[in-house]
Design a protein around this ligand. Structure first.
Ligand code: H79
Length: 452
């Protein structure tokens, strides 16, 4: 009995862990995921009313994230709405933002249509609390961004928060907190959930039918009144409106905290896992995931956050993520005037310089074959080719690839394909003779072409 049960149990666990959602065939899923798996690198944009206070309320500053100011500064709705008449992003330039993403080597962008504060960044017909109806700007920047993305050939996508600090269905019940302020959890008023779900569905229908987003990136799903059943229903609703759309795992209750991958006790809604502010320690085979990360310590603009990551760190994060089979979604937080901060633009340009030279090693590539992490860097691969990303260049002119025994036909620097590198195989693995000095201080890419 036990003997026949064991394989069945194993199959069940595998199904629960890697199963696609909503009964979709693996092939359908593979088809709609294809562009996203190839893309590997996208831009996250957190932009909303919170850019007006820019991390400061009545002289109070915080280490906390900018878009959560309504929560950490305990701002009641009636006060927070006063940022709307001050929001006039006259320097917003869709072409400049899309070009910045493209030149950085990003293949898609995901922008906040509505964050936890409940303010809609597009012209919604089911709310007046939006950028067209309640700010002096009176224009729809999402329209401009969607159009410009199409023009420049980059995928356009929306973030949407389930938790809503503005909607009358929700309120806050916490010691010392205003009932109408922001908080990490909202309570749902008796009988109001169907009203709120109908509101979300009306907004999602507007977003999908009018802007044709490639992805819906949900968030704020952890509130106690949102259930996995609600998540599955919303997933099906969104997919029904656009059959090939991609939906993250925060639509339902699958996500395991900031680690972002799904819990494995059942089948959860969503097409990909969402680690936040981290890159998994090792590759995860057979699952799709995307690590989202900030360039400094905030998502929404804060005037005084200067804790910027270096270009070297950011490029290596792109590589690290791709080497583990995931995507990297890197955030920018435009100001209330509508501009990406100069520090972010500089970093995007720096990443772009590296990507222009070495992008082939990232796009359409997946995890390398190594079981343990390489001592000097990372590896990505595609049938017949292995890309070695060297972070720490060897001092003795020999790069050791431990445990690697494939038959290497050609070895060369990706930036110099016509100069062959000498390789020798031995019991310990492969040895590659390399130039004395690192050709690229951020990451040099060596290509190994193998016999298939
Ligand atoms: O939009 C950005 C942030 O505003 C938002 N997600 C990114 C993409 C964000 N939400 N929360 N946080 C960041 C940090 C708070 C996490 C917590 Fe929880 C919410 C701690 C407890 C509830 C979710 C559930 C994470 C851990 C458990």
């Amino acid at each position: 009995m036990a003997r026949t049960l064991r394989p069945l149990a194993l199959i069940l666990v595998l199904l629960l862990t890697f199963g696609a959602t909503g009964g979709a065939q693996r092939t359908d899923r593979d088809q709609r995921m294809q562009w996203w798996r190839d893309a590997r690198f996208g831009m996250f944009i957190h932009w909303g009313l919170y850019a007006v206070p820019a991390g400061e309320y009545k002289g109070q500053r915080s280490k906390d994230i900018g878009e959560w100011i309504m929560s950490w500064a305990n701002i009641p709705r009636a006060e927070y709405v006063k940022f709307a008449p001050q929001f006039n992003p006259v320097k917003f330039d869709a072409a400049k933002i899309v070009s910045a993403a493209k030149n950085a080597g990003m293949k898609y962008l995901v922008i906040t249509s509505k964050h936890h504060d409940g303010f809609s960044m597009y012209d919604s017909k089911v709310s007046d609390y939006d950028i067209v109806d309640s700010t002096p700007y009176r224009k729809d920047p999402m329209r401009a961004l969607a159009d410009e993305s199409k023009r420049q050939g980059i995928k356009f996508a929306f973030y949407y928060s389930i938790m809503d600090w503005h909607h009358p269905s929700q309120y806050v019940k916490a010691e010392g907190k205003d009932e109408t302020a922001g908080h990490k959890n909202t309570e749902m008023r008796e009988g109001q959930k169907p009203v709120y779900v109908a509101y979300m569905k009306a907004q999602l229908k507007e977003l999908i039918t009018q802007y044709d987003p490639a992805v819906l990136w949900f968030d704020g799903e952890w509130v106690p009144w949102w259930t996995e059943e609600d998540g599955k229903d919303l997933y099906q609703y969104v997919r029904g409106l656009k059959p090939d759309i991609l939906i993250n795992n925060r639509v339902g209750k699958g996500r395991k905290g900031m680690e972002g991958m799904n819990k494995t006790d059942q089948e959860y809604a969503g097409d990909f896992g969402t680690p936040e502010q981290r890159i998994p320690a090792s590759g995860l085979s057979g699952v799709d995931w995307e690590s989202c990360m900030t360039m400094n310590d905030t998502w929404g603009f804060k005037s005084y956050d200067q804790n910027w990551k270096s270009v070297e760190t950011l490029v290596r994060n792109v590589i690290d993520t791709a080497s583990k089979g995931g995507n990297y979604l890197l955030n920018v937080g435009p100001t209330a005037e509508g501009e990406i901060p100069a520090e972010s633009l500089e970093r995007l340009a720096g990443i772009g310089t590296w990507m222009a030279k070495y992008g082939e090693s990232i796009y359409g590539k997946t995890a390398g074959p190594f079981k343990t992490q390489l001592p000097w860097g990372r590896a990505t691969s595609k049938t017949g080719k292995l890309y070695l990303h060297v972070f720490n260049w060897p001092a003795d002119g020999v790069l050791n690839v431990p445990g690697y025994s494939a038959n290497v036909e050609h070895a060369y620097l990706l930036a110099d394909p016509r100069t062959p590198l000498t390789t020798e195989a031995d019991a310990a693995g492969l040895r590659i003779r390399v130039p004395a000095a690192a050709p690229d201080p951020v990451a040099t890419v060596i290509v190994l072409e193998t016999k298939s």
